[in-house]
Design a protein around this ligand. Structure first.
Ligand SMILES: [Fe+2]
Length: 279
């Protein structure tokens, strides 16, 4: 893994959710690819794998994990990684991603994607672990920026500096969540364009788009609402900077009927097509 060669552009995808399994199989909707939550399919059989295989036969897929906890101080969970590798052998995803975060301590999973302190020490720790994971899986992984509501007083660099340094030093790729940038920019009062302008373009392999809710002064990244106009605008800014990037609409809560997600996907396509025409 010595160069930054990206995988092909997959187009415009949706997160695969159980509520839509039957619709997808019966209607074969115009979705270019699906992203699956890795942990939902780390099972030995049954309906989840039946649907996974059936839908995989029709669509490209990528795997998106929530349990890697790449920033945690505990040893990496090789049982988990073995299962991830086996699932990847089964469905041959275009790529595998997880989050730049930690999710717990002392064996307790807090079920939250918690931000790291952005220090040189944390950087060395994460870079080492990404190297181990990539060697084990035999492929480069993508790490996603998480949204955050708190920061650490001893951080020595910005989030985008930390993310960029991890990607460069560990030779991994980046899943840029546009909504998370918007949310964190609001919560921590920075310019989201500074983020976009200072991450390495050649390592951006995928975008996430999602909705959020506002609670008082804080924005919560709940993946349960429609994407708002300022996030669409930031998506357009990102496309101008990075060119075509595989784009995924992420919805984990208040799952709507499939046509509503297709309409959001169409909006992403429209924005990208307009930019391509103007170029
Ligand atoms: Fe995301």
């Amino acid at each position: 893994m010595s160069n930054t060669q990206q995988s092909p552009f997959l187009g415009f995808g949706l997160g695969l959710r159980t509520a839509h399994y039957e619709t997808i199989l019966s209607e074969k909707p115009a979705v270019d690819w699906f992203e699956v939550i890795t942990e939902n399919y780390l099972v030995n059989g049954g309906k989840p794998l039946y649907y996974l295989d059936s839908i995989r036969a029709e669509y490209p897929m990528v795997m998106h994990g929530v349990s890697l906890s790449i920033g945690a101080v505990e040893v990496l969970n090789f049982d988990y990684l073995r299962q991830v590798k086996a699932l990847a052998a089964r469905i041959e995803p275009a790529w595998i991603s997880d989050h730049l975060c930690w999710t717990g301590v002392n064996g307790i999973n807090l079920h939250d994607l918690l931000p790291l302190p952005y220090t040189e020490e944390a950087l060395r720790h994460v870079v080492d672990r990404v190297g181990v994971v990539q060697d084990f899986l035999g492929r480069r992984i993508l790490l996603e920026n998480v949204s955050s509501y708190v920061t650490y007083v001893h951080s020595e660099m910005t989030e985008w500096e930390f993310l960029s340094a991890v990607a460069e030093q560990a030779d991994c790729l980046i899943l840029l969540d546009i909504n998370n940038i918007y949310v964190s920019a609001h919560n921590h009062d920075f310019d989201p364009c500074d983020y976009l302008n200072n991450v390495p373009a050649e390592r951006i392999q995928q975008f996430h788009l999602a909705g959020h809710i506002k609670q008082g002064e804080i924005i919560i990244d709940n993946h349960g609402d429609a994407i708002i106009d300022p996030v669409w605008a930031l998506y357009e800014t990102a496309l101008r900077r990075f060119g075509p990037v595989s784009t995924l609409i992420e919805r984990d809560d208040n799952i709507p009927l499939f046509p509503e997600l297709l309409a959001e996907l169409q909006q992403a396509r429209r924005i990208a097509a307009q930019l391509a025409r103007a170029a």
